[in-house]
Each structure stands twice: as C-alpha cells, then as structure tokens.
Design a protein around this ligand. Structure first.
Ligand SMILES: C[S@@+](CC[C@H](N)C(=O)[O-])C[C@H]1O[C@@H](n2cnc3c(N)ncnc32)[C@H](O)[C@@H]1O
Length: 337
C-alpha cells in the first residue's frame, strides 16, 4: 500500500476506538504529517518512512507519534529517531536513560538506543545526508541560538523533497510561553523585565505559585529575577520574516499555513471530538492570513520548512536555446526579404 492509500485507511482504522490521548501539539503535528503524506508531498521510497524529532527532550513526541502511526497508519513502516542538545534538555545521563525507558516500555521491540542520541550544541547533527523524509520539532526553535546552523543541518539531513514541521512561539506571541507573563519577552530592558514579571506575579498572573513549589522561588522578587534570566539566556524569539529570510538564503521554503489549525485541534480535543484526519490546505488567502495573525499572537505558530531544488543550469540552457532559435528565425526572415 502506498503512502496516500494508507493515509486514507488512517481514517477508518480509528473510527470505532476513542482517540488516543496525546498532547494537542503532538496531535497537531501528526495531523500535518498525515496531510503531507496524503497529498503525496513526502518522498516515497522502498525504505520505511524516516522521521527525525529535533530537540526531542524526554521523548514524549516520539512516543506519541509512534503510537499514532501504529494506530492510524499501521500499514506504513515508520522509523522515528530523535536527538537533543546535551547542554539544554539533558543535564545528566539519567535523562537520556529516562527517555529510552519511556520509549521501550511503550514500544517494546524497537532498539531505541540506536534511535535517540545526544549531541553538543553547535555540533553537526551527524546523520547521513538525506537520511530523513520528515523532521519535526516541538517548542524548540525559540531555544535555538544559532538558527543558521540549525537550518544548514536540517537541509543536509532531509531527503530531496523532504519536509519539516516546527511548532513554537514566534516573537509576536503576546504570552511568554515559559513563565506565562504576557509581554515579558518583549521588554528588552532587563530591569524593566524583572519589574514587570514581579508586578504581574503579585497580581497572580504567571507561574509564580507553580515555580515556588517546583523551582523553590521563595519570593516574588526571586521568581522575577530567575525568570528574567531564563528568558535572557535560554530563549531567542524570532519573527516569521526573520526565519523565512534566513531559510530563503539557504534555498528553503517556509510556510505558516498550518498555524491556523492548532486552535481548532485544541478545541476538538477539549470537546472530546475526534481529531481531523487531514487539514484542509487552501482556505481563501485573506482568511488564512488573518487566522495566522490571530493564532501567532495567542499561541505557538506552525512552520513548514522544506529545502528547494531549482536547476538554474537547465533554465539558462533553455533561455539560450530559445534565443538561438529566435536569432536563427530572424536571420532566415531577413534573408528571405
Ligand atoms: C521546551 S523543550 C521541548 C522538548 C520536546 N521537544 C518536547 O516537546 O517536550 C526545548 C528543547 O529544545 C532543545 N534544544 C535547544 N536548542 C537546540 C538546538 N540548537 N538543536 C536541537 N535542540 C535544541 C533543548 O535541549 C530542549 O530539550
């Protein structure tokens, strides 16, 4: 069965059973992958479909995707791999073993130690060129300091025609995604940022109550200082334009098309409804753009980034041949006159 027909079968296989309980961003990413597969936008080959989770953290997205593919596209052979940056998500080796344990417990029979790895920030990702058909990342890009390095590796790692899906907050998002204090990442002056977080924390807005227990932030002042430091040191928010420009310079296309689908998917989940089997691709341009503007201000955006191939030699050869043909034609006409 090819990718498209198995995407169609996807709907039927899940009809009678209740939907798997996975976080909404995981479901959203899976529905996008289903959509891309059903539309024939994913490279086809005899080998299993290879998917890379970039910045896989504790492996929960890999876990969800493996379950969702098994449930909804059982005919499709998939091989899901992931890596993370040692310095960020994994402070000690026990976190990697935790990831392996989670995956092995839920999906026995797969050698996850061959599939999940740690590298150092700034190192090449280390996969063979073109070895993945799809790549995904969830809440990662806003933590990536060197986006150029990230994109160069992404382009190298994806097979020709490969696609990547990234869910993360853009700089326009009003809510700072980690401390949940609105606008705190927009304030560039450090002292004002601390003061703003302290003010809103006193008003009960943000994560102070949670972080008091979780991280031992015993006073509002300490919470504000630590949170401001986190934003300064561990986040780099960018706009769609910045990312698209950088990707464009590396001959990669960037689209925010699926951004609009995250909130409806969340709504369906809250109402206990089955997730969509496939997202609709072209809504009228204006509506699509307006919904993108709305969603990116409220929550994470979704970008699809894909390497492009354009044969400039072929274009030049065609142009030359056309000009030569015209010149020949004109010369013949002049000779005839
Ligand atoms: C908020 S966590 C998200 C983890 C996971 N994707 C999830 O959804 O649970 C952000 C992750 O991005 C990783 N990260 C940061 N910079 C990265 C980079 N340049 N390349 C790959 N991963 C990176 C961090 O190590 C961290 O695990």
């Amino acid at each position: 069965m090819n990718f498209q027909t198995s995407a169609m079968a996807a709907g039927n296989s899940g009809l009678t059973r209740p939907p798997l309980k996975v976080p909404v961003t995981h479901q959203h990413i899976f529905t996008i992958l289903q959509t891309l597969i059903a539309e024939g936008r994913v490279p086809r080959s005899d080998r299993p479909l290879r998917i890379l989770d970039i910045g896989c953290g504790d492996g929960r997205l890999i876990n969800s995707l493996q379950s969702l593919f098994t449930r909804h596209m059982p005919e499709l052979q998939v091989e899901i791999c992931g890596f993370d940056i040692g310095e960020h998500g994994f402070k000690d080796s026990s976190q990697l073993s935790g990831t392996l344990e989670l995956l092995t417990e839920n999906h026995p029979g797969i050698d996850w130690s061959n599939r999940v790895r740690l590298i150092s920030d700034g190192d090449p990702w280390g996969y063979e060129a073109g070895s993945f058909d799809l790549a995904v990342s969830n809440q990662v890009i806003e933590h990536v300091e060197d986006l150029q390095h990230f994109l160069v590796n992404l382009r190298e790692t994806l097979a020709p025609g490969g696609q990547s899906v990234h869910v993360f907050p853009l700089s326009q998002c009003m809510q700072e995604a980690h401390c949940l204090v609105p606008f705190s990442h927009w304030i560039k002056d450090y002292n004002y940022r601390v003061a703003w977080i302290a003010l809103l924390s006193r008003l009960g807005i943000g994560r102070y109550r949670v972080d008091r227990k979780l991280l031992g932030h015993d006073t509002v002042a300490r919470h504000a200082e630590e949170t401001a430091k986190f934003i300064e040191c561990w986040t780099t928010y960018r706009s769609f334009g910045e990312i698209a420009r950088m990707a464009g310079n590396l001959s990669m296309a960037t689209s925010y098309h699926f951004t609009k689908n995250l909130l409806p998917t969340k709504l369906r989940q809250m109402m206990g409804r089955k997730p969509a089997r496939k997202y609709r691709r072209w809504t009228p341009f204006g509506i699509e753009w307006l919904s993108y503007l709305f969603v990116r201000s409220m929550t994470s955006a979704t970008l699809v980034i894909s390497p492009l191939r354009y044969d400039i030699g072929e274009r030049i050869a065609k142009e030359k041949a056309y000009r030569a043909h015209r010149e020949q034609h004109e010369a013949m006409r002049e000779a005839a006159e």
